[in-house]
Design a protein around this ligand. Structure first.
Ligand SMILES: O=C(O)C(=O)c1ccccc1S
Ligand SMILES: [Mn+2]
Length: 257
Protein backbone atom coordinates (compact mmCIF):
# COMPACT_ATOMS: atom_id res chain seq x y z
CA UNK A 1 0.00 0.00 0.00
CA UNK A 2 1.56 3.32 -1.00
CA UNK A 3 2.58 5.41 2.02
CA UNK A 4 0.52 8.40 0.85
CA UNK A 5 -2.59 6.23 0.83
CA UNK A 6 -1.75 5.16 4.38
CA UNK A 7 -1.55 8.84 5.29
CA UNK A 8 -4.93 9.58 3.71
CA UNK A 9 -6.46 6.59 5.48
CA UNK A 10 -5.01 7.74 8.80
CA UNK A 11 -6.33 11.27 8.28
CA UNK A 12 -9.75 9.87 7.45
CA UNK A 13 -9.67 7.60 10.48
CA UNK A 14 -8.36 10.53 12.55
CA UNK A 15 -5.46 8.49 13.79
CA UNK A 16 -3.47 11.42 12.46
CA UNK A 17 -4.82 14.82 13.47
CA UNK A 18 -4.24 18.06 11.58
CA UNK A 19 -3.56 20.87 14.08
CA UNK A 20 -3.77 24.43 12.78
CA UNK A 21 -0.88 26.47 14.19
CA UNK A 22 -1.97 29.66 12.40
CA UNK A 23 -3.48 32.77 13.97
CA UNK A 24 -6.55 34.23 12.22
CA UNK A 25 -5.44 37.22 10.10
CA UNK A 26 -7.53 40.40 10.47
CA UNK A 27 -7.19 44.16 10.94
CA UNK A 28 -6.64 43.65 14.68
CA UNK A 29 -3.79 41.16 14.26
CA UNK A 30 -0.93 42.43 16.47
CA UNK A 31 2.08 43.78 14.62
CA UNK A 32 5.58 44.47 15.87
CA UNK A 33 6.10 48.05 17.06
CA UNK A 34 9.66 49.24 16.49
CA UNK A 35 10.66 52.47 18.26
CA UNK A 36 11.37 55.70 16.36
CA UNK A 37 13.20 56.41 14.08
CA UNK A 38 12.42 52.98 12.57
CA UNK A 39 9.57 52.41 10.12
CA UNK A 40 6.89 49.89 11.00
CA UNK A 41 4.69 47.36 9.24
CA UNK A 42 1.12 48.20 8.35
CA UNK A 43 -1.83 46.47 9.96
CA UNK A 44 -3.57 43.85 7.86
CA UNK A 45 -6.37 45.34 5.72
CA UNK A 46 -9.10 43.90 3.48
CA UNK A 47 -10.40 46.35 0.88
CA UNK A 48 -13.57 45.17 -0.84
CA UNK A 49 -13.47 45.19 -4.62
CA UNK A 50 -17.03 43.90 -5.12
CA UNK A 51 -19.66 41.89 -3.25
CA UNK A 52 -22.39 40.59 -5.61
CA UNK A 53 -23.18 44.17 -6.65
CA UNK A 54 -22.76 46.53 -9.60
CA UNK A 55 -19.00 46.26 -9.13
CA UNK A 56 -19.24 42.51 -9.62
CA UNK A 57 -22.72 40.98 -9.71
CA UNK A 58 -21.81 37.37 -8.97
CA UNK A 59 -18.59 37.64 -7.06
CA UNK A 60 -17.06 38.87 -3.78
CA UNK A 61 -13.40 39.65 -3.59
CA UNK A 62 -10.94 41.97 -1.79
CA UNK A 63 -7.58 43.55 -2.10
CA UNK A 64 -5.36 42.72 0.85
CA UNK A 65 -2.75 45.05 2.28
CA UNK A 66 -0.25 43.52 4.66
CA UNK A 67 3.37 43.46 5.68
CA UNK A 68 5.28 40.28 4.91
CA UNK A 69 5.73 40.06 8.69
CA UNK A 70 2.15 40.32 9.86
CA UNK A 71 0.47 37.56 11.82
CA UNK A 72 1.69 33.99 11.65
CA UNK A 73 4.52 34.39 9.20
CA UNK A 74 7.70 32.86 7.83
CA UNK A 75 11.04 34.73 8.12
CA UNK A 76 13.74 33.96 5.55
CA UNK A 77 17.48 34.78 5.49
CA UNK A 78 17.29 37.88 3.28
CA UNK A 79 15.08 39.54 5.93
CA UNK A 80 18.18 40.33 7.98
CA UNK A 81 21.40 42.07 6.94
CA UNK A 82 23.38 39.01 8.08
CA UNK A 83 21.42 36.91 5.59
CA UNK A 84 21.29 39.51 2.83
CA UNK A 85 22.92 37.16 0.30
CA UNK A 86 20.59 34.31 1.30
CA UNK A 87 17.23 33.01 0.12
CA UNK A 88 14.21 35.21 -0.40
CA UNK A 89 10.87 33.66 0.48
CA UNK A 90 10.27 32.47 -3.10
CA UNK A 91 13.56 30.58 -3.02
CA UNK A 92 12.85 28.38 0.01
CA UNK A 93 12.92 24.81 -1.35
CA UNK A 94 9.42 23.32 -1.24
CA UNK A 95 10.87 20.17 0.35
CA UNK A 96 11.76 22.23 3.43
CA UNK A 97 8.14 23.31 3.93
CA UNK A 98 7.32 19.91 5.43
CA UNK A 99 9.58 18.95 8.31
CA UNK A 100 9.73 17.32 11.74
CA UNK A 101 9.13 19.52 14.75
CA UNK A 102 9.75 19.36 18.48
CA UNK A 103 8.12 21.49 21.15
CA UNK A 104 10.06 22.99 24.07
CA UNK A 105 7.49 24.05 26.64
CA UNK A 106 8.48 27.00 28.82
CA UNK A 107 4.98 28.40 29.30
CA UNK A 108 5.23 28.16 33.09
CA UNK A 109 8.52 30.05 33.16
CA UNK A 110 7.16 32.68 30.75
CA UNK A 111 4.04 33.14 32.88
CA UNK A 112 6.25 33.95 35.87
CA UNK A 113 8.65 36.15 33.91
CA UNK A 114 7.58 37.77 30.61
CA UNK A 115 11.26 38.46 29.89
CA UNK A 116 12.18 34.79 30.26
CA UNK A 117 14.99 33.72 27.91
CA UNK A 118 15.67 30.18 26.69
CA UNK A 119 19.28 29.20 27.34
CA UNK A 120 21.41 26.44 25.81
CA UNK A 121 21.24 24.54 29.11
CA UNK A 122 17.44 24.43 28.83
CA UNK A 123 17.73 22.85 25.38
CA UNK A 124 20.39 20.40 26.56
CA UNK A 125 18.17 19.36 29.47
CA UNK A 126 15.25 18.90 27.07
CA UNK A 127 17.44 16.74 24.82
CA UNK A 128 18.50 14.55 27.74
CA UNK A 129 14.81 13.75 28.28
CA UNK A 130 13.47 13.68 24.71
CA UNK A 131 16.45 12.98 22.48
CA UNK A 132 18.29 15.20 20.01
CA UNK A 133 16.75 18.14 18.17
CA UNK A 134 15.52 17.06 14.72
CA UNK A 135 17.99 17.34 11.87
CA UNK A 136 16.47 19.79 9.35
CA UNK A 137 13.46 20.31 11.57
CA UNK A 138 11.79 23.00 13.64
CA UNK A 139 12.37 23.90 17.26
CA UNK A 140 8.94 25.18 18.35
CA UNK A 141 9.22 27.29 21.50
CA UNK A 142 6.02 27.23 23.56
CA UNK A 143 5.59 30.19 25.93
CA UNK A 144 1.79 30.29 26.26
CA UNK A 145 1.78 33.66 24.49
CA UNK A 146 -0.82 32.47 21.98
CA UNK A 147 -3.44 32.98 24.72
CA UNK A 148 -2.81 36.74 24.39
CA UNK A 149 -2.94 36.89 20.60
CA UNK A 150 -6.40 38.50 20.31
CA UNK A 151 -5.41 41.31 22.71
CA UNK A 152 -2.68 43.27 20.96
CA UNK A 153 -1.69 45.23 24.10
CA UNK A 154 -1.32 42.05 26.17
CA UNK A 155 0.38 40.25 23.31
CA UNK A 156 3.01 43.00 22.76
CA UNK A 157 3.14 43.64 26.54
CA UNK A 158 5.01 46.95 26.31
CA UNK A 159 5.63 49.57 28.99
CA UNK A 160 7.84 52.66 29.06
CA UNK A 161 10.90 50.39 28.93
CA UNK A 162 9.69 48.61 25.77
CA UNK A 163 8.10 45.23 25.04
CA UNK A 164 8.36 42.41 27.56
CA UNK A 165 7.88 39.06 25.82
CA UNK A 166 9.83 35.82 26.23
CA UNK A 167 12.56 34.85 23.82
CA UNK A 168 15.98 33.33 23.33
CA UNK A 169 19.28 34.45 24.87
CA UNK A 170 22.07 35.71 22.63
CA UNK A 171 24.20 32.62 23.42
CA UNK A 172 21.29 30.26 22.69
CA UNK A 173 20.43 32.04 19.44
CA UNK A 174 24.06 31.70 18.30
CA UNK A 175 24.10 28.03 19.33
CA UNK A 176 20.81 27.28 17.52
CA UNK A 177 22.19 28.98 14.42
CA UNK A 178 25.68 27.51 14.38
CA UNK A 179 25.59 24.21 16.34
CA UNK A 180 22.05 22.84 16.44
CA UNK A 181 20.78 20.72 13.49
CA UNK A 182 17.40 22.48 13.28
CA UNK A 183 16.49 24.52 10.18
CA UNK A 184 14.46 27.06 12.09
CA UNK A 185 12.81 28.41 15.21
CA UNK A 186 9.06 28.77 15.67
CA UNK A 187 7.55 30.97 18.36
CA UNK A 188 4.16 32.15 19.64
CA UNK A 189 5.24 35.75 20.09
CA UNK A 190 5.13 38.62 17.58
CA UNK A 191 8.65 37.84 16.34
CA UNK A 192 11.35 35.27 16.92
CA UNK A 193 13.26 37.60 19.23
CA UNK A 194 12.47 38.51 22.82
CA UNK A 195 10.69 41.78 23.45
CA UNK A 196 13.86 43.20 25.01
CA UNK A 197 16.09 42.01 22.14
CA UNK A 198 16.54 45.56 20.79
CA UNK A 199 19.03 46.06 23.65
CA UNK A 200 20.89 42.74 23.22
CA UNK A 201 24.33 42.44 21.59
CA UNK A 202 23.83 41.87 18.73
CA UNK A 203 20.33 43.34 18.67
CA UNK A 204 17.64 40.80 17.73
CA UNK A 205 20.07 37.86 17.95
CA UNK A 206 17.63 35.23 16.65
CA UNK A 207 17.19 37.22 13.46
CA UNK A 208 20.89 38.05 13.27
CA UNK A 209 22.30 34.55 13.88
CA UNK A 210 19.58 32.23 12.57
CA UNK A 211 18.81 34.14 9.36
CA UNK A 212 22.54 34.77 8.95
CA UNK A 213 23.06 30.99 9.06
CA UNK A 214 20.46 30.43 6.33
CA UNK A 215 17.82 29.26 8.79
CA UNK A 216 14.18 30.33 9.11
CA UNK A 217 11.70 31.73 11.60
CA UNK A 218 8.02 31.07 12.16
CA UNK A 219 6.12 33.53 14.34
CA UNK A 220 2.78 34.04 16.04
CA UNK A 221 2.07 30.32 16.12
CA UNK A 222 -0.94 29.01 18.01
CA UNK A 223 -1.95 25.69 19.60
CA UNK A 224 1.54 24.43 20.38
CA UNK A 225 -0.06 22.99 23.53
CA UNK A 226 -1.77 20.45 21.25
CA UNK A 227 1.51 19.08 19.95
CA UNK A 228 3.64 16.38 21.55
CA UNK A 229 7.20 17.18 22.61
CA UNK A 230 8.43 15.06 19.71
CA UNK A 231 6.91 13.41 16.64
CA UNK A 232 4.90 16.17 14.99
CA UNK A 233 5.38 17.03 11.32
CA UNK A 234 4.94 20.71 10.42
CA UNK A 235 3.77 21.99 7.04
CA UNK A 236 4.57 25.70 6.66
CA UNK A 237 3.31 27.50 3.56
CA UNK A 238 4.66 31.00 2.96
CA UNK A 239 3.62 32.75 -0.25
CA UNK A 240 6.47 32.57 -2.78
CA UNK A 241 6.81 36.35 -2.97
CA UNK A 242 9.65 36.99 -5.42
CA UNK A 243 12.27 39.04 -3.59
CA UNK A 244 10.23 38.85 -0.37
CA UNK A 245 11.76 38.86 3.13
CA UNK A 246 9.00 36.65 4.47
CA UNK A 247 5.32 36.00 4.15
CA UNK A 248 2.17 35.39 6.10
CA UNK A 249 1.93 31.61 6.20
CA UNK A 250 -0.57 28.87 6.93
CA UNK A 251 1.18 26.52 9.33
CA UNK A 252 -0.21 23.07 10.09
CA UNK A 253 1.03 20.17 12.19
CA UNK A 254 0.33 16.48 11.65
CA UNK A 255 0.08 14.69 14.99
CA UNK A 256 -0.48 11.01 15.67
CA UNK A 257 -3.57 10.63 17.87
O1 LIG B 1 10.72 39.46 11.62
C1 LIG B 1 9.93 40.06 12.34
O2 LIG B 1 8.69 39.96 12.22
C2 LIG B 1 10.50 40.88 13.39
O3 LIG B 1 10.36 40.47 14.51
C3 LIG B 1 11.24 42.12 13.04
C4 LIG B 1 11.01 42.75 11.81
C5 LIG B 1 11.74 43.90 11.51
C6 LIG B 1 12.65 44.43 12.39
C7 LIG B 1 12.88 43.81 13.60
C8 LIG B 1 12.17 42.66 13.91
S1 LIG B 1 12.45 41.90 15.43
MN1 LIG C 1 9.20 38.35 10.69
Amino acid sequence: MPVLQDLLDALRARTIEVVDLTAPLHSGTPILQLPPPFANASPFELTEISRYDERGPAWYWNDIHTSEHTGTHFDVPVHWVTGKDGEDVAQVPAARLLAPAVVLDFAAESAKDPDFLLEVDHVRAWESEHGPLPDGGWLLYRTGWDARSEDAAAFLNADDTGPHTPGISVECAKWLAEEAPVMGLGVETVGTDAGGAHSFDPPFPCHSFLLGAGKYGLTQLQNLARLPATGAVVIAGPLPIVGGSGSPARVLALVES
